[in-house]
Design a protein around this ligand. Structure first.
Ligand code: ZN
Length: 464
């Protein structure tokens, strides 16, 4: 019996260019073994499944807090005073307080299903809801992590699980209080959690290290982890809010990114999430470090964070990835679109991401985020090539959004043209998880999510 899957791909986006008629062989572990031009004579081609439509490598989502899917669209009312990230955070803490392993599982399943429909093949889950709401551990301290891992496996999305170290309530190192108590770990208990999760690693699950922020983890503690699991990705929230920059200046005399980079060896294993507020020196330093800026444009817009200095950073050779963070959007195209639109609104110019090497904005954004997302997820993904995972998305061949377009405009149109469904299929690790726009467990996942939301809202109403 053959252990390989074979696909005859009619049109694929490879290294930034469209090619036609390719034979792809995928092994049982979901890795591409062979990708070669199809000439009608290839060995084994008679067993190949024909894939029509436009095939692109799928993007890894660099930043997710799954539970926040339960509050998407629910923090859009005025509280009577001036609303900001910090008032939103209070609503978010109330949502976090309601999460049990079971509710988190159902919300994450729905979210991961929506991500697949939105074109993501992998997700980096930045997870800090470790304990019970009162701060006590679950019987198995990894229970909330395991709920997320089970959700990802049920849906079939590749998961980079990032348990988060969260120790303090501010730069002044005050103790955690209120809604934060269930997030807390000491470095020792965090190490133990991380090591207990190592058994969950597999072809579709990687593990990385995460530090919530410089507010929540003293920089000397981050440094203590330099030799711990030295090869895995490392993620941190940084410089998202002006107040965070101001607090950092008060307590360290430095801006957050400078402070971090002066004390920790930041290299290409790192994902600095948001990094919104950078001065010119930080732009240059961060770009030169090889670290990836994990940009979450729809969340950053929703929260009024500010604008990442993308043009200068890309010009300096900086690497980027996209994440959906609070999940007000779960679509690759909307994230990339707003990444570019923010820059246009700010600069009064168009095609900001275009460069002399890559004239098309869509291609530049897509290519860069493929590479950056793959790097910070710990998966060998983001490329259609032998030795990489067979993670790909297929756009509808007859989509009116792409009708009649020349090859060089297909990615631009995918990102910048409309919102009608354009994704037909999505493959993760050689397996179709979306076919003709549907997931095999979609109805069950949707129903469980609806019931979970109804019970969360009823519970909240009862306490209001
Ligand atoms: Zn975040």
């Amino acid at each position: 019996m053959s252990t390989l899957s074979k696909f005859l791909i009619r049109k694929a986006y490879i290294e930034g260019r469209w090619q036609e008629n390719l034979l792809m062989e995928v092994d049982l572990a979901g890795m591409i073994l062979r990708l070669e031009p199809y000439d009608g004579q290839n060995e084994g081609e008679e067993k190949a499944e024909v894939v029509t439509g436009y095939v692109l490598p799928s993007i890894a989502n660099a930043h997710s807090h799954a539970f926040q899917r339960a509050m998407a669209g629910r923090a859009e009312y005025g509280s009577g005073g001036e609303d900001s990230f910090w008032t939103w955070r209070e609503v978010m803490y109330r949502c976090a307080a309601q999460m049990t392993p079971n509710t988190l599982y159902h919300i994450a399943r729905q979210l991961y299903l929506e991500m697949i429909r939105g074109g993501y093949g992998a997700v980096c889950e930045f997870h800090y809801l470790h304990h019970r709401p009162d701060g006590h551990s679950y019987e198995d301290s990894a229970e909330m992590s395991l709920a997320l891992i089970r959700a990802a496996r049920d849906v079939g999305i590749a998961l980079c699980h990032l348990p988060v170290l969260y120790m303090t309530g501010g730069f002044d190192r005050r103790a955690l209080s209120g809604g934060q108590t269930r997030f807390g770990h000491s470095p020792e208990s965090y190490r133990a959690l991380w090591q207990s999760l190592e058994r969950e690693r597999g072809p579709d699950v990687t593990l990385g290290l995460a530090f919530h922020s410089l507010r929540a983890v003293p920089v000397e503690v981050i440094r203590e982890f330099e030799d711990f699991a030295p090869d895995v990705p490392r993620h941190i929230h940084i410089a998202e809010q002006v107040k965070e920059v101001e607090d950092s200046l008060v307590h360290s005399g430095q801006r957050p990114v400078s402070y971090l980079m002066d004390h920790v060896d930041i290299d290409d294993k790192w994902c600095l999430v948001h990094a919104t507020h950078l001065d010119n020196d930080e732009v240059t330093r961060l770009a030169a470090s090889g670290a990836v800026a994990g940009l979450c444009p729809t969340t950053e817009a929703n929260l009024g964070d500010g604008l990442f200095p993308m043009e200068n950073y890309l010009d300096a050779g900086g690497r980027i990835a996209i994440g959906s963070d609070s999940h007000v959007s779960r679509e690759v195209r909307e994230e990339l679109r707003w990444l570019e639109y923010g820059q246009r609104l700010d600069s009064g110019r168009r095609t900001v991401a275009a460069s002399s090497e890559t004239l098309h904005c869509g291609n530049r954004l897509y290519n860069d985020c493929l590479e950056g997302g793959a790097s910070v997820s710990g998966f060998r993904t983001g490329k259609l090539a032998p030795g990489y995972r067979a993670d790909l998305v297929v756009l509808k061949e007859d989509s009116l959004l792409l009708a009649g377009l020349p090859d060089e405009q297909l990615v631009d149109a995918y990102i910048f043209n409309g919102n009608e469904r354009v994704i037909d299929h999505l493959m993760v690790g050689g397996k179709w998880v979306l076919k003709d726009g549907r997931h095999s467990r979609e109805d069950e996942i949707n129903t469980d999510f609806r019931e979970t939301m109804e019970s969360l809202l009823a519970e909240q109403g009862a306490h209001a």
